[in-house]
Design a protein. Structure first.
Length: 73
């Protein structure tokens, strides 16, 4: 019983140390400015559009070729 109580008492300092370390690391993070976030978002959207158009084109070509090779079934 006392061993269990001691383990519970050990959790509080460990939790406090963990939260202190987390807070310390969060202060080191380079948080992006709103302008940087907007620029990165635009880049992601443009890349997604380009890749989706490319995949749609390739899918259309492959579908057309498979239809021609296999015939209309």
């Amino acid at each position: 019983m006392e061993d269990r109580l001691q383990r519970i008492k050990d959790i509080v300092p460990q939790g406090r140390q963990f939260l202190t370390e987390v807070w310390s690391e969060l202060r080191k993070v380079h948080w992006p400015t709103p302008q940087e976030t907007m620029a990165a978002t635009v880049v992601v959207i443009v890349v997604v559009i380009i890749v989706s158009l490319w995949l749609g084109f390739v899918d259309g070509v492959v579908s057309f070729l498979m239809t021609r090779i296999l015939g209309n079934q």
